[in-house]
Design a protein around this ligand. Sequence first.
Ligand code: CMC
Length: 462
Amino acid sequence: MADEQAQQGNGGGVATARDSLTVTDNRTGETYDVEVAEGTVKAMDFRQIKVAEDDFGLMTFDPAFTNTASCRSAITFIDGEAGVLEHRGYPIEQLCEKSTYLEVAYLLVYGELPTQAQLDTWIYQITHHTYVHENIKKFVEGFRYDAHPMGMLLATMGALSTFYPAAKNIENDMERHMAAVRSIAKVPTLAAFAYRHNLGLPYVYPDNDLSYPGNFLSMMFKMTEVKYEPDPRLERALDVLWILHADHEQNCSTSAVRSVGSSQVDPYSALAAGVAALFGPLHGGANEQVLRMLDRIGSVENVPDFLEGVKNRKERLMGFGHRVYKNYDPRARIIKEHVDQVFEVTGKNPKLDIATELEKRALDDDFFAERKLYPNVDFYSGLIYEALNLPTEMFTVMFAIPRTSGWIAQWLEMVQDEETKIARPRQIYTGHRERDYPPIDGREELVDPPVDEKVARKLASP
Ligand code: CMC
């Protein structure tokens, strides 16, 4: 049981002499003792296992990190089997009920919930760093009118490193703090500018009188009114959605931030790597894909046929399944509760019926039960974003805004961790070895020509 707990990452216990693994290498008959601590063995301990003196030693192979802990972290705890998510030990349900997104961001970054005075200072600092340099605005103007807003966010996030060059002094705690404040403060501005650019609308500057989500709604939707007044129900729903998306331990984008950050590059460049990873359809892009999928299904009557397609592997049920959760994603449950509150303001999104039918049928179906496929956070979030009149391209941006606090918290933890080294995986080499370089007229043509040749042929044909 102790080991089981340790595998869940809750600290385990201090290793004792009994906490070891005895491994017999059947190639040589040699036996080795490998320490087991915190439910893990160190991959480097296997390097001593060799068939000969000059052998490199045994490596572990885990291309998608499915069973490899890449770091120690005290930020987010997930028990995927039980459907539990906690930040710094506080259950996500309590944070969503009692906290605000900015308070949770503070918790992620600094490790404890703030006192009232600390929270006031934090909110003041975030609110007073929401403006971006005017040249960022010009930079956004340079994109095509139909540029994907995630592509724009990726570029503008990275570009912040050129406006705050001192951020590269990552050993300086004040610079690290300012990077946390600036990135969390400015990401809604960058996101809203990208949105307004797509619409050809003038950019709206931040309004310091409004809350963090209220200001975002203002930068997105303000038109000719002197002052934008956000609907408090939408403000709260957005705040809860952002709490739910703030951090999720070592997911693809967070690993990207840590991996790129381990080279000791400035934090904005590392965050840009996070935005890039989040852009992918299997990660943050999934909420966009969910809406496209619901559009394609079209009506409740078509749900059974669609699910048949999924089972025949012609389709993938987007918004279902998770690498870690093998139970209902607790975030999906909370979002579902907020869907109705949003629809109270915006009117019901007709696709909700299709989504509800899909969920009901999938949960009753052995194919999904056997594979432990349940709705994930993205299944319902897209419906809310669409009800807010956001184009699907903006959905992943809506994920990137709150995930910035998780990324920066993880980056801060990583750069201050004495165990951090530059991320540098090994490989199993599968290519040729020690070939003699042939002259150009002595080379054989490939049976299947490489893509560049195919393209060249296509361009040459009339
Ligand atoms: N629809 C249909 N079948 C699925 C799905 C799905 N959404 N997800 C997994 N499976 C099947 C998969 O085909 C495999 O079946 P089999 O064993 O017969 O080959 C089995 O379930 C195990 O799947 P896997 O691909 O090994 O699981 P994974 O851990 O590698 O992938 C995942 C996790 C999230 C990439 C995957 O479930 C997926 O593609 N889901 C849809 C995309 C999605 O909703 N992504 C958002 C994730 S939550 C937001 C975030 O944190 O980024």
